[in-house]
Design a protein around this ligand. Structure first.
Ligand SMILES: *Cc1c(COP(=O)(O)O)cnc(C)c1O
Length: 441
């Protein structure tokens, strides 16, 4: 018998974020094709991609507009190095991102972690160029996630991703998260933000001379388990960063491109960050691309006769034309289809369908922001996340809880059938998983 794709994969591919030995019991699912929000495995079984393939897919798989743009670009220019050269897709994308955010000077990387690295390096180098080389440390929030390369791990406060590499990492300082679930009796989400901001202020008052930047995931700390906070925190953080001369980096890698209801999450706070990191949805989930946008002030601090004062950072595929063209097509879909307005209606239909899950007696902190839903499940079942994932997959639904938090982050193209499929699958998978508690006892 010939080996299956899954078997060959286990022999040749080292899968991400995976203890490979677990695949002895549960082989990876071999996907043959995808259309809209649906993935089809090699046997033809379909799965609703309710996590947007790790938060990257916005308009479903194989969107005709993105496909056409890519095919056209492939005819013209596949790739050229961006040092000493330029091309239409990267120029147009940079102009559009500047118009959308008010921050120009787009610097490109290939994935989210490299965007984090770029923003941190730029911030520290800015202070060095400004005659303040001592400002070279960073602050992040408890539970923050900004990627897993060695530099990005410095500001990623998730133990399982970091522990083994602690000796390699120059750890950033961690201040309390404004996670609204941290409210004490009688406290509102805004009270939690004020308490967290007070802790940030105390830290800055003492350490601002050695601090380059604060990095935050605006409104939702996704990898922490969709921890949501009040927009007021971003306003307070902005004020404190101004007062203590520390850059504010907003990592919109997961929250950007309509995920939280606005084009970018920080816009709900009405603030202007010093750096914005973008990736994931940037290309609609088709190709790897990331960008860091920054202010004229930062840009000008590098503009000099001396080469070494420039930002001497690069990746081989910086500004890849195909990826930039996918990003342009993605932004065009936002405009042509009035996506943000349409998502308000879709979210309402989802809320309605998901009401039984949100009211499930074992669910706490049912919450939603924009197109992100999350439910904390009260269970002592070991491996709840893995078991839930299995039960959901058996129902043709791709959901991957984080710890005991079940969440949905679907593409923005669910029809009524897909909404029902998601809601019913999420609910029945929960009951099936919780039923294992009794047998585990
Ligand atoms: C996913 C993510 C990253 C890292 O992006 P990669 O492309 O996986 O390197 C960084 N920050 C946030 C907020 C993310 O969600």
């Amino acid at each position: 018998m010939t080996a299956s794709l899954a078997e060959r994969s286990l022999r040749s591919v080292w899968h991400p974020c995976t203890q490979m030995k677990l695949h002895e019991a549960q082989p990876p699912v071999a996907i043959a094709r995808a259309q809209g929000p649906w993935l089809y495995d090699v046997e033809g079984k379909r799965y609703l991609d309710a996590v947007s393939s790790w938060w990257v897919n916005l308009f479903g798989h194989g969107h005709p507009h993105i496909k056409a743009a890519l095919a056209d670009q492939l005819e013209k220019l596949d790739h050229v190095m961006l040092a000493g050269f330029t091309h239409a897709p990267v120029v147009e994308l940079s102009e559009r991102l500047a118009a959308l955010t008010g921050l120009g000077h787009a610097f490109y990387g290939s994935d989210g972690a490299s965007a984090t690295e770029i923003a941190l390096k730029m911030s520290a180098h800015f202070w060095r160029n400004s005659g303040r080389p001592g400002k070279s440390r960073f602050i992040g929030l408890a539970g923050g996630y900004h990627g897993e390369t060695v530099g990005a791990l410095a500001v990623t406060d998730i133990a399982i991703f970091r522990e083994a590499y602690a000796p390699l990492v120059r750890l950033a300082a961690t201040v309390p998260s404004p996670d609204a679930r941290g409210a004490l009796d009688g406290e509102s989400a805004a009270d939690v933000t004020r308490r967290s901001a007070a802790a940030l202020e105390a830290w800055l008052a003492e350490h601002h001379e050695e601090t380059a930047a604060l990095i935050v995931e605006p409104l939702v700390q996704c990898a922490a388990g969709m921890a949501m906070h009040d927009a007021e925190y971003l306003r307070l953080a902005r004020t404190l960063c101004d007062r203590y001369e520390v850059h504010l980096v907003v990592d919109e890698i997961a929250t950007g491109f309509g995920r939280t209801g606005t084009m970018f999450a920080h816009q709900q706070a009405g603030i202007r960050p010093d750096f914005i990191c973008l990736s994931k949805g940037l290309t609609g989930g088709t190709l790897p691309l990331s960008a860091v946008l920054t202010t004229d002030d930062v840009y000008e601090a590098f503009y000099d006769d001396e080469v070494a004062r420039g930002f001497l950072h690069s990746h081989s595929y910086t500004g890849n034309p195909l990826a930039c063209r996918s990003a342009l097509a993605t932004l065009e879909i936002f405009e042509q289809e009035d996506v943000l307005a349409r998502n308000v209606g879709l979210a309402r239909a989802m809320d309605e369908a998901l009401r039984p899950l949100s009211r499930h007696p074992r669910v706490h902190h049912a919450r939603r922001l924009g197109m992100i839903w999350a439910w904390d499940v009260q269970t002592a079942l070991p491996q709840f996340a893995r078991r839930y994932h299995q039960h959901a997959m058996a129902r043709g639904l791709l959901l991957r809880p984080i710890g005991n938090t079940v969440y949905a982050m679907p593409p923005y193209v669910l029809d009524a059938e897909a909404v029902q499929h998601l809601a019913l699958g999420a609910m029945t998978a929960l009951d099936a998983t919780l039923a294992e508690e009794t047998s585990a006892r």
